[in-house]
Structures are given as C-alpha cells and as structure tokens.
Design a protein around this ligand. Structure first.
Ligand code: HPA
Ligand SMILES: [Zn+2]
Length: 329
C-alpha cells in the first residue's frame, strides 16, 4: 500500500493522457495535428512554462461535453487512488473552456459527476478550485467569478495559473477580494517562473492561504523566514520543475534544503500526463533521487493533509493524519 497523501496542486486538464485525447477527439469529431498517441507523446519536450502551455491549451480542444469532463476526472481519480492519494484538491481552468464555446456549467457539472461520487467510487475525497488565467484580463476573471456563482456549492476556492512572468498577483486584487467576500478559499501560483516578490504579493495583496510552487522563495532569505514563521504551505511539483526546466535536474531540486529550512512543503504532480508522473511517482522520484528518508516522506504526507481545505470535515482530516502516522514503510 502506498503512503497516504493529499494532492493539492493538480490541474485536471493536465491529466489528459494522449490515449484519452485521441479517444475524445474521435468521439467529438475533433482533428488533432498529430497522427496518433505515439506521435503526440513526442511533442512533450518543453523549453519552459509557455511551451508546455501551448500544447496544454491545444489539446483541450477535445474536451467538449459533460461526459468528456466526467471521463477525464474519473481517469485521474483512478490513477491517483492507485498511488495512495486519499484526498485531491483539483484545479480547473474555466476560461480555457468558455473561450472555446464550452459553457461553464458543462465543465462544472461534468467534473462533479466524477467528484461527487469519488469517495464511493475511488476512495478519494475531493475539493474543486477554480483558477483564473493570469495572462487574460482581470475583467475576464471577474466575469468568470460572477458566472460561477450558481455553482459555488461545488467550488471551494480560487487559484491563479498560466503564464506567470509579467502578470503579477496585484492584477487580480479586486477579483480575490470579491472571492473572499463569497467565502472562497484563496491560493495562487507564484514563484514558479516569477520572482520571489510575486510570492509576497500573493500573500499580502491576494490573501492566499497556500502558495502553488513557491520554489523561487529560496532566492530571498527574509521571505523564507516569513514563510516558515507563518507556516505557509507550498505545493511543490518536482517532476514538473524538471520538465519545465525550472531546475536543471531532479538531483538539483531544492526540496531537501526547503525542508531543512523548516518550510511547510508538499509534493504534487501539477500536470501528470505531461510531466511524467502522478503524485506517487513524484514521491518515489524525490525519495530515490533526493534521498529523503522515511520521516521526511511522512512529514510531506502529513503536511499535505494539514494544508488541505478540510476544515469542514476535521474528522476526515484526523482519520487521514492517523493513517500517515501509523503507515509502515
Ligand atoms: O505549472 C503550471 N503553471 C502555471 N499554469 C499552469 N497551468 C497548468 N499547469 C500550470
Ligand atoms: Zn500548476
């Protein structure tokens, strides 16, 4: 049995495996500019975040119906469960779909058909986090938040993703203020490719409770000290960092130094279909390549549940934490 863990940084659109992409393309009569899944897999060589995002948005063309989103989410949940994920807080990118003419309701209802029965079907509890595309306008983000109001019983929080550099958190101040008034939890990608100042801004201006990635905090000792003091969780994605060349190799990943510094780190998969692994694969990679011992792995798993948005079900959180503490490696 794998180590029980929560996944806190997972873009559902990033779980679209080449085989499913072709299946959905055929079902929906969408033509992909690749002959087959094998040829498509060869396109998974990325230079940076933008080169990945180009493919990520291109392949979304195959997602059209509620059933497509249900199938996508069920495929992810089955894989995650097999790798010890007991709880998943799942990002989705509504604007990437609405701008293609797919209604927000189709996306949310489709995802919900998988998520709403996930505890029974997969043994995985879930939350849904709606992300704004930071390279789109703040007005578009605000319209998206307004359009989501009928679905807020299914949406736990808001996040911020897509191309980071040049799109600082402050651009979304009003949107995050409005989200807070609606009772939504707040997270944001910051410090993946963007500078440490974006992390500070996400905390101070957007009021985020977790920082997605946050890797570049290591360039600013005062910021590290603050993140440690305030116990701000960071949702790290080691295999993603390697594939998007945020670090040179996995052996160079700062995770051990971040744990030694006292940062509240978690390990996640980001876009597992694109970056070579799901949550358990990321844990296996940091164990074997970075030499993390059992107590460090247990700490990462414990952090994942402590940092999760399970405040409405503390009994469940306590059960997961007990599983982590009694886990025999
Ligand atoms: O790793 C990521 N970074 C920013 N935006 C994203 N959207 C999907 N994955 C990512
Ligand atoms: Zn991400």
């Amino acid at each position: 049995m794998p180590l029980p863990k929560a996944e806190l940084h997972l873009h559902i659109e990033g779980t679209l495996e080449p085989e499913l992409a072709f299946e959905l393309a055929a079902r929906n009569g969408v033509r992909l500019p690749y002959a087959d899944a094998g040829e498509l897999s060869k396109a998974y060589e990325f230079e940076d975040l933008q080169s990945f995002l180009n493919l990520y948005y291109e392949l979304m063309a195959v997602l059209r119906t509620e059933q497509d989103f249900t199938d996508l989410a069920n495929a992810y949940l089955a894989r995650a469960a097999a790798q010890g994920v007991r709880h998943a807080e799942i990002f989705f990118d509504p604007q990437a779909h609405t701008k293609r003419g797919v209604a927000l309701g189709t996306v949310v209802e489709g995802l919900w058909r998988a998520l709403g029965s996930s505890e029974a079907n997969h043994g995985v509890s879930t939350r849904l986090i709606m992300c704004f595309l930071r390279d789109d306008s703040a007005e578009s983000a605000m319209e998206t938040l307004r359009a989501a109001e009928p679905y807020l019983d299914r949406i736990t929080g808001v996040g911020l993703d897509s191309a980071e550099v040049g799109h600082p958190p402050v651009k979304f101040r009003e949107v995050y203020e409005a989200a807070a008034r609606l009772g939504l939890r707040r997270v944001a990608h910051a410090g993946e490719e963007g500078p440490p100042a974006y992390i500070t801004e996400a905390l101070d201006v957007l009021g985020v409770e977790r920082v997605d990635h946050g890797l570049r905090c290591m360039e600013d000792p005062a910021l590290v000290e603050r993140l440690v003091r305030e116990r701000v969780p960071l949702t790290l994605c080691p295999l993603s960092n390697v594939r998007l060349r945020t670090v040179d190799t996995l052996a160079d990943h700062p995770l051990p130094a971040m744990l030694d510094a006292g940062l509240m780190c978690t390990v996640n998969s980001d876009d597992p279909a694109y970056f070579g692994g799901y949550a358990g694969d990321n844990f296996d990679a940091v164990r074997s390549t970075l030499g993390l011992d059992r107590e460090r792995l247990r700490e990462l798993a414990r952090n994942s549940f402590l940092a999760s948005f399970l405040e409405d079900d503390e009994e469940l959180r306590a059960r997961y934490l007990a599983e982590v503490e009694t886990y025999v490696f």
